[in-house]
Design a protein around this ligand. Structure first.
Ligand code: S5P
Length: 487
């Protein structure tokens, strides 16, 4: 038998006082489980409670989590959270369980102010729903929550689920290791262990729908204090293309769109191969390509699939619905057949969106594999878009949220985090081009103006080393996003 580390001892104690039980249990969700974890019996067992709180505190320190306050998830983790706070003299807050109205601050007991950093303390993580419910209440009061420390991870996908909401979970032990300890200590049989593991592996859990909806409402009502992570935004979005794009951004650690304003197809294809690994979108002006044919489109599509980026035809449709539907779907270019993203001006009214959407529907497919960006503000000097224009763009984007994925803009049009904001006019070295273009840096676009994606043309295509320069822009833009998250 292995020597009893404090954690082993704790697992063994938990088994003894039935905080870890084996049998046939019906869980809240109605499913049968061969294992039941519940640390509530620890309330009147001061020794293990003290040990658990010491180990939890050590975990907080070892994980380098910065915090001002500790919050236990009601009710079962309240005893351990209180114990940590009393022993270590840390201020504690609690969330009332009964009140569901996130708008009122009375939901949280204990002194706190917006901007305070809170670490969550929880006993067991299953799906993560209880932790998320607490995080929502805290975030809606302006508190900053990025980490949770838990005793046992049931390994049913809760840790992954929480990542999507910007919460890193640090567990003292996972359930499979706890089972190993119990076999070593001859408290359970090898068969019990393997059957329990088989059940765990076969039963990954999702966050409860009701809590996901509450989270969505909270974000939409803009009661969160800052821009969410791309992962969270992906969960929030209802448009499949937005979700795919955000997921790709996380995977490639890139929020860069390259504007390839070149006039020969071969040049475009070569550049696409060079910059492909660094970008998530390649933007074209197809009408400037002198030797256009559909073979070029097939080749570009193959590169996009291989290197994983989306294609965006910057056509800026602006006519009546009937005309834009034809311009989008017909003619030499047949844009709707290959361009994942297009954009439109709203000067002619929302008919432009009606027309574009109908053109994709006519292709016999769902229009949701295509997305449209509304031009809400422009980078060019003295343009005529006044202050109310972005507001109208937002109004129509909500009505056409099944097709509009966001905006081309110089700053955020709305706090509604379902929509992406893409900002052109980005250059590291120069401030303009002598023809009215005005540039800002990636840091300014992402960090100060709240862009989600930066669009860079000549800064990359005109560089001596487009590949290296694309990586440099990618790095600067993504770092600015990471920095923004930590503010
Ligand atoms: O406001 C805008 C909107 C767009 S889409 N300002 C812009 O510059 N654009 C486009 O972004 C423009 O058509 C060009 O393709 C790209 C900027 O290129 P750059 O070479 O000036 O970076």
């Amino acid at each position: 038998m292995s020597s009893a580390t404090p954690l082993r001892q704790l697992v063994s104690d938990c088994y003894e006082f039935k905080a870890i039980k084996f049998g046939d249990f019906v869980l809240k969700t109605g499913i049968h489980s061969p294992i039941y974890l519940d640390i509530r019996p620890m309330v009147n067992r001061p020794k293990p409670l003290k040990l658990l709180s010491e180990l939890m505190y050590e975990k907080i320190i070892a994980s380098g989590i910065g915090y001002d306050l500790i919050c236990g998830v009601p009710y079962s983790a309240l005893s351990v959270a209180s114990s940590i706070c009393v022993q270590k003299e840390v201020n504690m807050i609690t969330k009332r369980k009964e009140n569901k109205d996130y708008g009122t601050k009375q939901l949280i007991e204990g002194q706190h102010k917006p901007g305070d950093r809170v670490v969550i303390v929880e006993d067991i993580i299953s799906s993560g729903s209880s932790i998320l419910e607490t995080v929502l209440a805290l975030r809606s009061a302006g508190l900053v929550v990025t980490d949770a420390v838990v005793f046992i991870d049931r390994q049913q996908n809760g840790v992954n689920n929480m990542l999507e909401y910007g919460i890193t979970v640090h567990s003292l032990i996972d359930v499979k290791t706890a089972l190993e300890y119990l076999v070593d200590d001859q408290k359970i049989s090898e068969q019990q262990r393997s059957e329990t593991i088989a059940w765990i592996n076969a039963n990954p859990l999702r966050i409860n729908d009701e809590i996901v909806n509450e989270w969505r409402l909270l974000c939409l009502e803009n009661r969160t204090t800052k821009l969410l992570s791309y992962e969270e935004r992906s969960r929030l979005s209802t448009h499949p293309l937005t979700q795919q794009l955000l997921d790709l951004m996380v995977k490639k650690r890139s929020n860069l769109c390259v504007a390839v304003d070149l006039i020969r197809s071969q040049q475009i294809l070569e550049l696409a191969k060079e910059v492909g690994p660094a970008i998530v979108i390649l933007k074209l002006h197809i009408d400037i390509v002198e030797d256009f044919d559909h073979q070029f489109i097939e080749q570009l599509t193959a590169i996009a699939e291989e290197m994983k980026f989306f294609i965006f035809e910057d056509r800026k449709f602006a006519d009546i619905g009937q005309t834009v539907a034809l311009q989008y779907g017909k003619g030499v270019h047949r844009i709707s057949s290959w361009s994942h993203i297009v954009n439109a001006h709203l000067v002619s009214g929302p008919g432009v969106l009606e027309g574009l959407r109908s053109a994709v529907q006519q292709d016999g497919d769902s229009h949701q594999h295509r997305g449209c960006l509304l031009v809400a503000s422009m980078s060019s000097k003295d343009n005529l878009m006044n202050a109310s224009y972005p507001k109208s763009a937002y109004k129509w984007s909500q009505k056409y949220a099944d097709f509009v994925i966001g905006f081309i803009s110089q700053s955020r049009v709305s706090a509604d985090q379902r929509f992406l904001h893409m900002t052109p006019g980005v250059h590291i070295d120069v401030s303009g081009d002598g023809l009215g273009q005005q540039y800002v840096t990636p840091e300014e676009a992402i960090g100060k103006r709240g862009a989600d994606v930066v669009i860079v043309g000549r800064g990359i295509t005109g560089a001596a080393d487009p590949r290296g320069t694309a990586h440099l822009y990618r790095q600067k833009a993504y770092e600015a996003y990471v920095q923004r998250l930590s503010l």
